[in-house]
Each structure stands twice: as structure tokens, then as C-alpha cells.
Design a protein around this ligand. Structure first.
Ligand code: ADP
Ligand code: MG
Length: 727
């Protein structure tokens, strides 16, 4: 019975060292497999190259003739690098990436050639009927197609040329994560440029930047495979805590174990070839938990790179006999994983708009974008929460782990003082003395480098960290496109409003530009006070306080997702042209359905393990005990109880746990059946959340108790101490 577990452990002891080849200089191979500017210059005509550049910078269309030139150049480049196939690479609403490979090879009348035409570059029609569409395709009886996104360069992975694309229905509705993101990025570009022009007329383009930090666990492949729960759900559904966990803090930032380091070196080399600028690696808090972070990039590219990275991590993991766990909470009792999204705005003039500057004017610009972001988060905190909702992230947010499900903004005491001072700015026009005072003593006093980053315990879900905001509540499994779409959309909306208000003060109240800006910012500071929180962002006291402030606290996914289809959200997206009501509702439908399926699968796996692995093992051990008691009785007769007392207590204890497991499992199955009969997807999700999921903890509790009672030799499930400490 337990043979699989012991085989797996033995296999981990005998793992060969994997040979890792690293280049002497990473810069020498960086982007080697990317159709980047250098490759384009070599393989494209000047005109074609200019067309792509124009498409990237200004969103202009690439005409068909040019596309033919580009595809031919791209093909020649790809073949020179050993590629045989091409694929449109996209991010359907399953959250991962999708690809279908076609060979360049084509037959002709007199033989065969390698061909890749402009049409094949620009558009494809994958058989997409099995991708989630939330009813869009049923409603419109339309098929989906993928279309080239020239703003993210093509790359070669393995022997396939991958072309980043969007995925849309024939009727135009987005069926992927990238399309709404691109629309949101366009909105914020326009809105932010309009505001930045108050400060610098030379600003013509603004792109949001994203630097994600990917956390993950590495578990030996054999050990992971020996656990049906890890195999099918990506996390452990039961398992008693290891005697030693993370309590000694001896893993965090400690020296990286050799096997894990070899994996990282190999992974990072792959990343270099693919142009993913990975920079930082370190141990995380939990045993076997690690983090990888890149240099930040333009948001669309950063999102693509994170999706690609997760795929590469899995593949390289396989080579190193690791299973990479991206789940937000693969193990109870130790830290979960997140994916901090560091975000800022960069101008074509090379300025980071969230970086304080050296002059009062630069700082007024900084404050404008800083305060507008806080205001946007204040207005749309619930939507921001919904963007990171998912069954697996529920184990972090709202459960016993920071950050909480309440969105709040941390800015540190230096900037709190600045905002407090600005709040006192006089209504209406400012006198020259007022203005000088303000510029000298408030705005001018913001140091270029903010040393004050006191959010050491990192419990705030949205923190300002010196020159960027860090959205920390994003889950480690997430596709960053979702939170990035929301964040950029809400800030875009906010900046449009800001511009209108400032312009109106200038025009109607004849205010000077600075006066108008100060006046509007003052009101924003007042309006968004409730979202600012500098304390420990987690625990009961904060929950109470947040409730008083009217902040949402949606602790589970179905609850959080409701905001995605609220009137306010639909208006936001429609006003900005990011998504239509049909697209919004389809997405909600997909997400609630996915949630219910997620819990359904976990429930099935847990039921199977409890009934078919744990209980039979417990009975086997109980039989051994019964045999022992019987033997003692045979030998010692009446006096046997003195000797068999402990065994008899164990026999009873085991029976009690078995009874509880059986009772709860039966009830859980009944609850699942009932939930499955509900046809409304949202209601079904709520039913799974409130009626099925609560059984998980009870079943687990009794199984974990049995793990402590039953002979280790016959326990079938690889234990926490083995999963987490055998690498
Ligand atoms: P931490 O203390 O959270 O590890 P780091 O300073 O190491 O913070 O940076 C974390 C991430 O922030 C990195 O991925 C980095 O690229 C990103 N980052 C830094 N500056 C910016 C910026 N202007 N815009 C977006 N991301 C940024
Ligand atoms: Mg961070």
C-alpha cells in the first residue's frame, strides 16, 4: 500500500546531478531567440522595419503587402535558428497559454518548400471550440480567430516560432486576457499623456511598467506524483504539519540548495535566450519556496513574459525532476505564494512618473500621478479585489495569511505627512506667499529617494515602495493581464476626470494651472482617506475598522466576482472602450464556472483519498492492534487489560476518526450532488463555496489525526516532512 510513497522517496535519494551549461556572459545570449530590433534590421527591409516600429509606437496598421515581407523575413530568421514550425501563441481565458503548431513546410507541384505568408502571420483560426467563451460563441454562432500583436516580439521556443496574438470572436468580442489589457493600456496612455502635458509638453507617449515577482515551490517530481492531490489539484488537500516547518526562519534568504540552484541556472539561461530579463532569485519564507524577479518592462511585454516564464519553469522543472507548484497555498501551515505586481508609469521622455524629482515642479507632477492612483484605488477597491479572485488565491486573501481581502493603500510616513499638509491648502486661488511656502516646505521637501519604507511586515495589499506601487495581493497562479487591466483602466478613468476638473477650474474659475491642480488634489486627498492604512493590514481589529470605513471585505471568490458585473464596472469598461457588457458578463460566467469546477475537483479528490487511501490504511492498522489485543488476552487471560489499555484506546480513537471521515465525506458528496443540480453558474459557485467547501477542513482534520496515529510504515501518502525537506 505504502510502496509508492517509499519508492518515491528512494527515487529522490538517487537523483543524478543534472549538468547545467551556463554562458560566461548572459548579455551575450540575451534575446538570441527573439525577433527583436537587431534581428529585424538584419532580416527586414528598412520600410518593413519602420512599419513594425510605427505599429509598436503608434498602433498603426500593417498592410498586407508589408505583412508578406515581414513574414518572409521572420521565417528566414526562424529557420536559421533551427525552427521548423510556427504557432500563434495566445492567452485564452483558461489562464494559461495556448499554441497549435504548423510546419513551415508545404508541398508544391514540383516538390516542397518552406513557406510562411503574411496571411498566416497576421491571422489564424484555431479550432477554438473548447476554449472557454462564457456563451459568446453560442450566442453569436461565431468562431474565434487569433490576430498578431506586433507590440510583443515573436520568439522561438524549442523548434517553434511563436507569434504573440490576441484571440477574439468573429463578432469582435475578446476571448482572451490580452485584448482587454491592450485596450486598457491604450486608455491610460492617452489619459496620462493629457495630464503629463500640464508639466511637460514633450510627453507624447506613456506606457505603464510592470515588474512581477514570481513565487513558487519546488517539489521532487516523484514525491509530487505520489500524491493524488498535488497531481490533480496542485496542492495538498491533507497532510499533518511537519514537526519542523518555517518557524526557525532558516530558509528565507538562506543559501539556495544546490539542486534548486541548478534548476534556476538552467531556467535563467532559457529566460535569457527568450529575452525575459530575469535578475533576482532567492529562497522564500517556506521550505522549498523560492522567488524569481525580472527587470521591469512595458506592461504588455511583461505580462507575456510572465505567462511564458511559467511554461518554461514547468518544462525546465521536468528536466530537473521537479514539479513546480504555482498554487497560492500548496501546503497548510507554511507560507503561500503570491506574485507581487510592481507598477508605474513611464514617459517617452524617460521619466518615471511615480518617482519623486529634484524640483518642486517635478514633485507636483509626481504627486499628481501618485494621488490620482490612490483615488482610483479608493473608488474601485472592490473591482481591484475581484481582479485577483480565484479558488486558489482564496487561501491567502481572507484566510489566515497576509495580505487580507481588504484592499488598502500603504504610503509610508513621509508621504503621509506631505498629503496631510496638502490637505490644508486653502480653497480657491493661492496667494504668491502661500504658493512659495507650499513649494518650498511641502512639495519641495519630498526627497528624491524615499528612504521611509516602513511596511516591513509587508501586509499591505497595495503599497507605495519609493518609485512604484506594489500590488501584493495578486496570486502566484495569476495571469497578470487581469489585475493590470483593472489597475490601468481605473487610473485612466481617474486621470480623465482629473483633467476635466482641473481644466474647468482654469477656465471657469480663472485659476492658474498650479492653483487648480492643488485644489483638485486637495479634494482627492480628503475623498480617499479611507483607503489609506499604515497599520498591520491584517487581523480582526483592521477588519472592524475597514468595515467602519465602508471598505469591502470579500473573502471568497463568488462574492468578490460580483463586482465584475456591477453597473459601475460595466460603465467604466464601456466608457473607456475596454470591454462591452457582453464581454464582461461572459468573463464573469467563465470565472464562476471555473470556481465551481475547481472546488468540485478538490472535493472529489479529497473524498477519494479519505475513503480509498486513509480509511483502509487506518482499518489495517486497527486490525493489527486488534490482533495484538486478542493475543495479549489469549496469553494473559483476565489481566490483559493492564497490558492492552493503550492499544484499546487507540482502537477506539481510530474508530471515532473513521466514523467522522465517513460521515463528513457522505455529507460532502450529497452537498456536491445538490450543487450540481443548480443550473445558474453563479448560484452554483456560491453553493460550492458555502455548502461543499466547508467539509474540506473537517475531513482533513480527522485524516491528519489518523496520520499521527497510524504506523508510519503503512501510511500511503507522502508526508509533509518528506515533501518539504527531501530535495
Ligand atoms: P522587493 O523589495 O519587493 O523585492 P525590488 O526593488 O527588488 O523590490 O523590486 C521588485 C520588482 O519591482 C522588480 O521586478 C523590479 O523590476 C520592479 N520595479 C522596479 N522599478 C519599477 C518600475 N518603475 N515599474 C515597475 N516595476 C518596477
Ligand atoms: Mg515585492
Amino acid at each position: 500500500m505504502s510502496t509508492l510513497r517509499f519508492h518515491a522517496i528512494k527515487e529522490t535519494f538517487n537523483r543524478p546531478v543534472i549538468d547545467v551549461q551556463e554562458p560566461a556572459r548572459r548579455s551575450a545570449i540575451f534575446g538570441q531567440n527573439v525577433f527583436n530590433d537587431a534581428a529585424m534590421r538584419q532580416y527586414l527591409t528598412k520600410d518593413s522595419f519602420r512599419c513594425i516600429q510605427d505599429a509598436v509606437l503608434n498602433g498603426s496598421k500593417i498592410d498586407r503587402n508589408v505583412a508578406d515581407h515581414i513574414s518572409t523575413g521572420m521565417k528566414e530568421w526562424a529557420i536559421s535558428k533551427g525552427a521548423t514550425h510556427y504557432t500563434h501563441w495566445f492567452q485564452p481565458l483558461t489562464g494559461s497559454t495556448a499554441e497549435k503548431h504548423d510546419a513551415f513546410f508545404e508541398t508544391t507541384e514540383d516538390g516542397a518548400i518552406e513557406k510562411f505568408g503574411g496571411g498566416q502571420l497576421v491571422q489564424q483560426e484555431p479550432d477554438a471550440s473548447s476554449f472557454p467563451n462564457g456563451g459568446i460563441r453560442n450566442t453569436f454562432e461565431a468562431r474565434g480567430y487569433t490576430a498578431w500583436d506586433p507590440t510583443s516580439p515573436a520568439f522561438i521556443y524549442g523548434t517553434t516560432l511563436c507569434i504573440p496574438t490576441v484571440f477574439v470572436a468573429y463578432t469582435g468580442e475578446a476571448l482572451d486576457n490580452k485584448t482587454p489589457l491592450l485596450r486598457a493600456l491604450q486608455s491610460i496612455d492617452k489619459a496620462a499623456v493629457d495630464v503629463a502635458k500640464y508639466f511637460d509638453k514633450n510627453v507624447t507617449k506613456i506606457h505603464p511598467t510592470l515588474g512581477w515577482e514570481q513565487e513558487y515551490f519546488l517539489i521532487d517530481k516523484a514525491l509530487a506524483k505520489s500524491r493524488p492531490d498535488i497531481n490533480l489539484t496542485g496542492r495538498t488537500l491533507l497532510g499533518h504539519a511537519s514537526a519542523k516547518g518555517q518557524q526557525l526562519d532558516d530558509h528565507y534568504f538562506g543559501s539556495i540548495p544546490k539542486r534548486a540552484l541548478d534548476y534556476m541556472r538552467d531556467l535563467e539561461t532559457e529566460c535569457m535566450l527568450l529575452g525575459i530579463p530575469v535578475k533576482t532569485r532567492h529562497n522564500e519564507v517556506a521550505p522549498n519556496q523560492f522567488e524569481l524577479a525580472p527587470i521591469f518592462e512595458e506592461t504588455n511585454l511583461a505580462v507575456d513574459h510572465n505567462s511564458l516564464l511559467m511554461d518554461v519553469m514547468t518544462k525546465v522543472g521536468d528536466r530537473h525532476n521537479f514539479k513546480v507548484l504555482f498554487h497560492e497555498k500548496p501546503f497548510a501551515g507554511v507560507n503561500g505564494s503570491g506574485k507581487h505586481n510592481n507598477w508605474s508609469l513611464a514617459t517617452n521622455t524617460g521619466i518615471n512618473l511615480l518617482s519623486p524629482g529634484s524640483t518642486p515642479m517635478k514633485n507636483l507632477q509626481f504627486l499628481t500621478f501618485f494621488i490620482n492612483t490612490i483615488k482610483a484605488v479608493n473608488e474601485y477597491e472592490e473591482l481591484l479585489r475581484s481582479a485577483i479572485a480565484g479558488a486558489s488565491n482564496d487561501h491567502r486573501l481572507g484566510a489566515n495569511e497576509a495580505p487580507p481581502a481588504i484592499i488598502s493603500v500603504f504610503i509610508g510616513s513621509q508621504l503621509t505627512n506631505v498629503l496631510d499638509a496638502l490637505e490644508k491648502v486653502k480653497n480657491g486661488k493661492l496667494s504668491p506667499e502661500d504658493k512659495t511656502d507650499l513649494k518650498l516646505n511641502v512639495v519641495g521637501k519630498i526627497p528624491e529617494i524615499l528612504l521611509d519604507n516602513t511596511d516591513r511586515n509587508r501586509t499591505s495589499p497595495f503599497a507605495f515602495t519609493g518609485n512604484k506601487f506594489e500590488f501584493r495581493a495578486v496570486g502566484s497562479t495569476a495571469n497578470c493581464a487581469k489585475p493590470m487591466t483593472v489597475l490601468n483602466a481605473i487610473v485612466a478613468k481617474q486621470l480623465i476626470e482629473f483633467k476635466a476638473q482641473v481644466d474647468s477650474l482654469i477656465k471657469d474659475k480663472k485659476m492658474k494651472k498650479d492653483d487648480a491642480i492643488f485644489n483638485v488634489l486637495r479634494e482627492y486627498i480628503k475623498d480617499s482617506k479611507r483607503i489609506r492604512f499604515e497599520g498591520d493590514g491584517y487581523g480582526e481589529a483592521w477588519e472592524k475598522e475597514a468595515k467602519k470605513r465602508g471598505l469591502s471585505n470579500n473573502k471568497n471568490t463568488p462574492e468578490a466576482l460580483k463586482e465584475q458585473v456591477s453597473k459601475k464596472t460595466i460603465k467604466l469598461y464601456e466608457d473607456l472602450g475596454i470591454m462591452s457588457k457582453v464581454e464582461i458578463e461572459a468573463r464573469h460566467e467563465i470565472e464562476v464556472e471555473e470556481y465551481a469546477m475547481h472546488i468540485q475537483i478538490e472535493g472529489r479528490v479529497l473524498g477519494d483519498i479519505a475513503r480509498n487511501h486513509v480509511i483502509p490504511t487506518a482499518i489495517r492498522y486497527q486490525n493489527i492492534l486488534i490482533e495484538n489485543v486478542q493475543g495479549l488476552k489469549d496469553i494473559y487471560g483476565k489481566n490483559f487489560k493492564k497490558l492492552a489499555g493503550e492499544q484499546m484506546r487507540l482502537i477506539e480513537e481510530i474508530s471515532e476518526h473513521i466514523e467522522s471521515i465517513n460521515k463528513d465525506t457522505t455529507a460532502m458528496i450529497a452537498a456536491r450532488k445538490k450543487a450540481n443540480q443548480i443550473t445558474d453558474s453563479e448560484k452554483r459557485a456560491f453553493e460550492y463555496c458555502n455548502k461543499v467547501k466547508p467539509f474540506f477542513d473537517d475531513i482533513r482534520y480527522h485524516c491528519d489525526k489518523l496520520e499521527l496515529l497510524v504506523d508510519d510504515e503503512i501510511w500511503p501518502l507522502t508526508k509533509y516532512r518528506e515533501l518539504l525537506f527531501t530535495v
